[in-house]
Design a binder for this molecule. Structure first.
Ligand code: BJW
Ligand code: ZN
Length: 255
């Protein structure tokens, strides 16, 4: 079994180049190289903070201003962040495969900024809001919001357009993700700790019907054990190499 990263990239590109339907599941690690903090681990957002204090409907009910402070802080920081080489490579992969779906747990919108088109945002988007009274959704990209933003239509309290623990995922997004995972021949799982459900189970669903599972992460995760291939390192370094290897195979098909 090859363990040299360059050799693994070659082997993965060879296996992927024969396929037409491929999915990618991304997590916070993809945006880490853009300066967006991850959730868990060193320097993570949850460090010194209980997720239940900021990322649950109960926390919002208890202290909406405290929760908005957390989200407004993150929105402001995000304005300085740009897509990195990992985001760009993922956008490039869309042109490599006939049927490509990007499923992201990230709420930062950086995949779209990098040029990805077929994106499923499983956990919502931090730039959107939803009225807690009339349920209308609003796009507030780049806007500075108050500590208690309200709906222009009905005056109700707005909440961040993200999915908190204990909440259902947006039904359309969940269905689109399930469909893509159900028909894919391979899934690339990039920069996620693979602990938050239902996203964490999706690679397993793909594997159950025979899809190739490729994990790209700085370190081992609960998925590593069942992945067919693991590439350990930075997404922003590995993915561009994978794209180059795939392009080389496209322009130089085997005789
Ligand atoms: C790099 C790198 C580099 C770094 N290159 N790699 C079944 C069993 C048990 C519990 C449940 C279950 N089903 C549902 C639950 C409950 C819950 C859950 O999963 N809990 C677990 C923690 C146990 N799930 C839910 O509540 C979900 N809803 C749901 O299932 O509804 C139905 C239901 C409800 C209730 C009960 C049962 C069913 C909703 C989940 C919503 C998650 N929301 C958050 C916050 C979003 C808003 C915000 O941003 O504030 O989403 S939590 C947070 O975690 C965020 C992320 O999207 C998510 C995943 O994190 P991610 O992306 O994996 O980041 P990290 O930080 O964990 O990992 C980063 C990784 O990158 C690391 O591995 C690094 O090594 C790596 N890395 N730099 C490559 N450069
Ligand atoms: Zn309203």
């Amino acid at each position: 079994m090859l363990t040299d990263p360059a050799a693994i990239i070659e082997r993965v590109s060879e296996r992927l180049s024969a396929l037409r339907s491929v999915c990618c599941m991304t997590g916070a690690g993809v945006s880490a190289e853009s300066g967006v903090p991850t959730f868990r681990g060193q320097g993570g957002l949850w460090q010194g903070r209980r997720a239940e204090d900021v990322a649950t409907p109960q926390a919002f009910q208890r202290d909406p201003e405290g929760v908005w402070e957390f989200y407004n802080y993150r929105r402001e920081k995000l304005l300085d962040c740009k897509p990195n080489a990992g985001h760009t490579a993922i956008a490039d992969l869309e042109a490599v495969f006939d049927d490509w779906t990007l499923i992201t747990q990230n709420v930062d919108g950086l995949h779209r900024q990098a040029g990805s088109k077929n994106i499923v945002e499983l956990h919502g988007n931090i730039w959107t809001t939803r009225c807690t009274a009339c349920c209308q959704e609003f796009d507030h990209f780049g806007d500075k919001l108050s500590r208690r933003p309200t709906c222009d239509d009905c005056g109700g309290l707005l909440r961040p357009g993200v999915v908190w623990f204990g909440e259902m995922l947006p039904p359309d997004a969940l269905t689109a993700a399930q469909d893509a995972v159900g028909r894919c021949q391979a899934i690339l799982v990039v920069g996620t700790s693979s602990v938050v459900e239902p996203a964490a189970s999706m690679a397993g669903w793909a594997r159950a019907h025979g899809a190739l599972v490729v994990e790209i992460n700085l370190e081992r995760t609960p998925l590593s054990e069942e992945a067919d291939e693991c590439l350990f390192g930075k997404a922003g370094e590995i993915l561009p190499k994978l794209v180059s290897a795939l392009r080389a195979r496209q322009s130089d098909p085997p005789r």
